[in-house]
Design a protein around this ligand. Structure first.
Ligand code: 13P
Ligand code: SF4
Length: 356
């Protein structure tokens, strides 16, 4: 079952010294990356960014897959949707989104009056790129001839244009719930074929999948998981639903990124295999030192385009600002708001928050 996500508030804290950063990142066992010199550089950049945040009336939202040093300047850490909702609710006039482009766009759609900037506009997403709005409308119209009640459910990993032609959005934590609640039996599920397959196995509704996938999760193979499990019989395997079906069959839990974090904290198990992008396992290694986390992960090159220098420069220059037309924003907001309405009608919504 997919858990409700957990947004993490990074409480006001003293800035860490280079030595403290070295100790924190030491848990990652990446001595070539986090050297004493690098930690001194990070310390200086963090201080500079904190000053700029004050000056620019800005807040930094960071996705769970970001580099460890980005969490040192983040005000909130969470999954794509939690962060977008948070962006709408905060008082600051500028949001710096440390994540990928569709996430920053979602924040802009939900808070069009705010300035939303992303430190590197090349930080895209292979999944979001796989669905084009015109092709989607053409496919829906074609399918409508056979299934008159067909509705489009889009994962939030889509462009604003795709959201604008979508009936209801969903996330990795509420996809099944949304499909169950939408008032149609036939659903065109866009763009992730793996998430579509997972949902399809757990519902009686008819799911027609778009032909897209995430290049990161799609690379992970079941043999890796079997090899790890054979060597460690008490291992709990936790996988993201963007993984292939043969990988998900090996998992004990299928969870969103924030669901994985909560599970790792709450589970009685001591050893976990984290099957998703590597930033998440790094984060768990640093934050839950009493448990052991093994990796069956791949890096997302887009997420890793966001750096502290880029974040500092974004605050200094206001680059790259997300710009969307009012028409696209309004239409796309409708599909997100319908998701909130449907997911609020059962239990905690995507904004449940837990202070760190
Ligand atoms: P979450 O919404 O679960 O954080 O996932 C976003 C994503 O891009 C996963 O690859
Ligand atoms: Fe997109 Fe995959 Fe990267 Fe997530 S991990 S941002 S779905 S390319």
């Amino acid at each position: 079952m997919l858990n409700a996500p957990v947004l993490q508030l990074v409480e006001e804290q003293e800035l860490k010294s280079a030595d403290e950063l070295l100790a924190r990142f030491g848990a990652l066992d990446q001595p070539e990356t986090y050297t004493p010199q690098e930690c001194a550089r990070i310390e200086a950049l963090v201080a500079e960014i904190e000053e700029l945040k004050e000056r620019e009336d800005a807040i930094i939202l960071a996705h769970n897959y970001q580099r460890p040093e980005i969490f040192e300047v983040a005000d909130f850490i969470g999954d794509s949707l939690e962060l977008a909702k948070k962006g709408r609710d905060v008082s600051q006039s500028t949001i710096v989104f440390c994540g990928v482009h569709f996430m920053a766009e979602t924040a802009k759609i939900l808070a069009p009056e705010k300035r939303v900037i992303i430190p590197d506009s090349n930080a895209g997403c292979s999944l979001a790129e796989s669905a084009d709005a015109d092709e989607l409308v053409a496919r829906r119209d074609e399918l409508r001839e056979i299934y008159p009640d067909i509705k489009i459910v889009s994962y939030v990993n889509t462009t604003a244009e795709v959201k604008a032609v979508t009936d209801v959005c969903c996330t990795s934590s509420n996809a099944l719930d949304i499909v169950e609640k939408i008032d149609s039996q036939n659903i065109l599920f866009v763009p992730d074929e793996n998430l579509a397959s997972w949902v399809s196995k757990n519902t009686d509704k008819h799911i027609i999948a778009w032909n897209g996938n995430c290049y990161v999760h799609h690379q992970i193979r079941p043999e890796e998981i079997r090899r790890m499990r054979d060597a460690r019989p008490n291992l709990k395997v936790v996988a993201h639903p963007e993984c292939r079906d043969d990988v998900l069959q090996e998992a004990d839990e299928v969870l969103s990124t924030s669901g994985m974090i909560r599970y790792a904290h709450e589970s009685d198990s001591q050893e976990f295999l984290i099957v998703t992008e590597c930033g998440l396992s790094d984060r768990l290694i640093m934050e839950v030192p009493e448990k052991t986390f093994y990796k069956a992960c791949q890096l997302c090159k887009f997420m890793k385009m966001i750096t502290l220098e880029g974040t500092r420069d974004a605050l200094l220059t206001g680059r790259d600002e997300i710009e969307l037309s009012i028409e696209i924003c309004d239409a796309a907001r409708g599909s997100l708001e319908r998701m909130f309405e449907l997911s609020w009608s059962s239990g905690p919504g995507p904004d449940s928050s837990t202070p760190r």
